[in-house]
Design a binder for this molecule. Sequence first.
Ligand SMILES: Cc1cc2nc3c(=O)[nH]c(=O)nc-3n(C[C@H](O)[C@H](O)[C@H](O)COP(=O)(O)O)c2cc1C
Length: 391
Amino acid sequence: MKTGMLFLMLLPYNNNCIPPFYYYVCRQISSRMNMKSFYIGNKEIKLPIIQGGMGVGVSLSRLASAVANEGGIGVISVAGLGLFYKQSPDYLKNCIWGLREEVRKTREKTQGVIGVNIMVALSNFSDMVRTSIEEKVDVIFAGAGLPFDMPSHLTKDSITKLVPIVSSARAAKIICAKWLANYNYLPDALVVEGPKAGGHLGFKREQIEDSDYALENLIPEVVSVAQSYHDVKHIPVIAAGGISTGEDIARFLKLGASAVQMGTIFVPTEECDASDIFKQEYVNSHEQDIQIIESPVGMPGRAIAGEFIRNVQDGREKPRSCSFHCIKTCDYEKSPYCIIKALYNAAKGNMKKGYAFVGANAYLTEKISSVHEVVAKLKDEFQFATKGVSI
Ligand SMILES: Cc1cc2nc3c(=O)[nH]c(=O)nc-3n(C[C@H](O)[C@H](O)[C@H](O)COP(=O)(O)O)c2cc1C
């Protein structure tokens, strides 16, 4: 218990205020009632918050374990892992090694639920899925493309849950139908990532600002796709993109989501695996600094604009060779810059040679705090927004 709370409890009780001790007890009980746990398959997630996977080097074992220790799902992003583990000259082999190491380190620090985020656009998507299943990771989140063959990697004794990330009800319908037809398997949950998210966006440029594509509209549509399978399987829907307060969480749960996925809010934390310079970019950012850029992945992305992006626009960052072959569709001779190097440099704090991906609300960041403080604030805001009424 915080010293401040102890002090409040010891304050003399007078008729004009609620006795501090009772206030404290009521707050504890009602906050427990409010943020309801949810299930992905048979796995209970006590706090309905998933930390979005953030490559390159932004969400590794330190951040993932801190969020899992709060009761949410802590997620390691596999994007660029081979740059942090240089066991062999082969980047793709190093990615497999790095994934095993990060899972082991996360498990050392938490007993909670852990996930891995794997972009479908990665050339080693299948290797990363197979390795995650072998390592008995609780959940795989697969975005930046539709993971049509992901269930083919499941084995008889696998315990890993499979969760595609979609940006429309149409994509949700297609993936459910294909998995059911080809593998007699349905997604264990669906993350719906709206246009305010950080990182790569599953929208055309003109859709990003179009209110028809707002997350508030997408969630009920995807919930109704999930419900159309309710006789076969319960598929929880998870809302993502631009969610930054407990009030936002309450709003999306009311719309039918079972949980939320948040990325940006966990970057300016002590536990985030990126450098302090990267985190400080968030704290110092203004709304007008946040821009939509084209990525070599072939999708738009949201980032903090700076010197590196200006150099790219002037054609001064063209790669001369490529030893990674990390993105399926990337042809380095046609690419304006090497995305994996740019994101790696940024995560390490070299902002002249890279840029930070961010969600639309990153400019709201005031300071760097701990994951525990972030979660406590969200719980308080949620409770205030719902006035103690269970959602
Ligand atoms: C720095 C950064 C890196 C990201 N990297 C990935 C990634 O590697 N794979 C992915 O599927 N999503 C990635 N995302 C998206 C997040 O997982 C999350 O879904 C999204 O940011 C949610 O929106 P929010 O940031 O507004 O909370 C990234 C986001 C950020 C901010």
